[in-house]
Design a protein around this ligand. Sequence first.
Ligand code: PGA
Length: 254
Amino acid sequence: MTRRKLIAGNWKMNGLTGHLDEVRAISEGSRDGAIDIDILLCPPATLIRPISDMLSEGGHVQVGGQNCHKAEKGAHTGEVSAEMLRDAGATHVILGHSERRADHGEGNDTVRDKLAAAHRAGLVAVVCIGETLAQREAGETLTVLGDQLAGSLHDDVSPSDTVIAYEPVWAIGTGKTASPDDVAEVHKHLRQRLGERFGEERGQGFRLLYGGSVQPGNAAALMAVADVDGALVGGASLKAQDFLAICEAARNCR
Ligand code: PGA
């Protein structure tokens, strides 16, 4: 089964309108190669509309949100619904990022509700899971990830509407990456769990991204790992040159 690689950029709470030049550079720089891989940028919600307008002028880059509320609308001050993201031009949304799990107390049930909301609105969700350093050191990595995977997904997910991102919490924004062997072990386990729950064929279709300090210098080694179908990139997605180098690494090991 060939799964098309996806390189997704998570800008987190970074980016003003002045940053749109980077998006233009990413769009132009990926024009030739992007037909081989999928490229996604997830800026803050305030930039989704201008970026989707810019990207609709040509190119293959897609735009997504970083979170959504489970409801379609209502009295939830400060929140954004999946329908609103879609209306602003988003095609994707990141859910369950460890920063949201930690800062906003989002558990697996919340993530699963948000996933249903994303699908209701026609968005593809990138569902994040990851262990903390304490959990890794206690030898709990695969159990924790298995529980997060099981609890964050509802039964009707399909490879066309859901992507999984494995992001060890201790590797996010720290400059530390999991070793290719560790990533291989985790992704193999996740693939197995997906097959057990959804059946072999559907399980094989889901794309499994790695995230956590992915940089131009380590992308090729990580993208070459079996069952790694792309990357979720934080810091390095803010600079067009770095992000394009990571896209190129993914393209070269299709
Ligand atoms: P990082 O962030 O690449 O800056 O480590 C990854 C993420 O949080 O998605």
